[in-house]
Design a protein around this ligand. Structure first.
Ligand code: SF4
Length: 449
């Protein structure tokens, strides 16, 4: 099984995504049904019917859990309604479990501890939008996730929760697992669909949205596993119970992965509305010998917030305003031993390397941006590099075809916005307060000479 610690959370935090006992056998269908699995699917098929399901999801106010923006402007319910209304002989539901952010394991942990919640949510979605086929796309390296999913699907089919006659309703919902291998960009939904079609992985302009023209040109509903796993709880009426801790506009919970300068790195399920300070405390806080410098939020294409970011309430809107995004739910705590300029330069280089190359402002612009970051760290900044960085970032964002381009500029922009002293030390005094960049520059210079 994927090795990651699931952090304990206060009793007041609802458990929607992770099971009450993460150590229980995840593929024991009888135990899962005993705990309430597939009650939401039964309610959908026997009582609510397709329209009722979509109305319930829309009324919940749920937004997609992952990613950096696409689809979020439309709530989950609206997305489902658009897919259901699209006329076609075939609809698809796709679970985007590719999760390409390096070392982020939230989706794998969810799938490997609570596969039936993901499958039930996807089956409910398929029933609501009229899809007979559900595809769970996972990384080929996630062998445990694949094994758990395949076993869980077989058990659910045998029990009549999935397959040719779901709960005796005559509805067909076939679920399959598709392991994919490829680049970072496969996490983007239109790229993932291309990957499933066996085509070159480059994003498509939206609109038309995937809900009307998706996999093989057919209407396709695509979400991450966390979004699907929350669906059964909504149909079972569970969300009302934590409305107080989770404001309606950001209903529900999300998995976060804490790493960096924390006592106990791990994964936790937290309700939207929790402050980042509370979230970091779940990992035991910051070791006493370390001083908090910043927080990288949203993975490699995320933003770096200053220490005051601890007071931020964790939700899509606040993160975006602060210059980060939810992304994969990753929070890296940065201490005094790390250089944020070096970190931002490395992240920008990563994003430039991973850009698919389809659009010129991203392909060339991110490369130039990465060069500016490298100049800060190498002790070779030019006088107008900060202005150039901001202008270039603006142009890249304005011409973005996909969210990768929009977000790839966040790291260096957040250094200009929040860490100007540290950046100026690199530019004006050719020094690195954390002692990271200057030695690196000297080593490189020595290697050249
Ligand atoms: S913005 Fe970048 S990653 Fe997105 S399609 Fe264009 S080149 Fe590819």
């Amino acid at each position: 099984m994927t090795t990651a610690t699931i952090l304990p959370t206060p009793a007041t935090f609802p458990r929607v995504l992770l099971p009450a006992n993460p150590r229980a056998n995840p593929i024991d269908l009888a135990a899962a049904v005993e705990a309430g699995a597939f009650a939401g699917l039964r309610a959908a098929v026997e009582d609510l019917k397709a329209d009722g399901v979509i109305n319930a999801i829309a009324e919940s106010g749920m937004l997609g859990r992952g990613g950096s923006g696409i689809g979020r402007s439309r709530g989950v319910g609206e997305k489902w309604r658009a897919c259901a209304r699209a006329t076609s002989d075939q609809h698809y539901v796709v679970v985007n479990a590719y999760q390409s952010d390096p070392a982020v394991l939230t989706d794998r942990v969810l799938i490997e501890t609570n596969p039936f919640a993901v499958l039930e949510g996807a089956a409910i979605a398929a029933y609501a939008v009229g899809a007979s086929e559900v595809i769970v796309a996972v990384r080929v390296e996630a062998a445990d996730s694949i094994r758990v999913l395949e076993t869980a699907i077989a058990a659910a089919e045998e029990a009549g929760y999935l397959g040719g006659d779901v709960l005796g309703s005559g509805t067909e919902i076939r679920v399959s697992v598709k392991p994919l291998q490829g680049a970072y960009m496969l996490g983007e939904e239109t790229v993932l669909l291309k990957g499933l079609e066996g085509k070159r992985g480059q994003p498509e302009q939206q609109p038309p949205y995937t809900t009307t023209r998706g996999l093989f040109g057919k209407p396709t509903l695509i979400h991450g596993p966390q979004t699907f796993a929350a669906v059964p709880t909504i149909l079972n009426g569970g969300l009302a119970g934590f409305a107080e801790t989770s404001p309606r506009a950001f209903a529900g919970t999300v998995l976060v992965q804490l790493s960096g300068a924390v006592v106990h790195p791990g994964i936790a399920e937290v309700p939207f509305g929790t402050t980042i300070r509370e979230i970091v405390a779940l990992a035991g806080g910051i070791p006493t010998s370390h001083r908090l410098k910043g927080l990288l939020i949203g993975g490699p294409s995320g933003g770096i917030l200053p220490a005051e970011g601890l007071n931020l309430v964790f939700n899509h809107e606040n993160l975006e305003k602060a210059g980060a995004h939810l992304g994969s739910g990753s929070i890296v705590v940065i201490d005094q031993h790390s250089c944020v300029v070096d970190l931002a330069a490395v992240l920008t280089r990563f994003c430039a390397d991973e850009a698919c190359g389809k659009t010129i402002p991203c392909r060339i612009g991110l490369r130039r941006l990465a060069e500016i970051g490298a100049r800060f760290c190498d002790g070779q900044p030019r006088g107008d590099d900060v202005t150039r960085l901001l202008d270039l970032s603006h142009d890249i964002v304005e011409s973005a075809l996909c969210d990768h381009e929009r977000c790839a500029t966040l790291a260096l922009q957040s250094v200009v916005r929040y860490f100007r002293d540290e950046l100026d030390a690199h530019i004006l005094r050719n020094s690195c307060p954390a002692g990271i960049c200057h030695p690196k520059a000297e080593t490189r210079a020595a290697a050249v000479s």
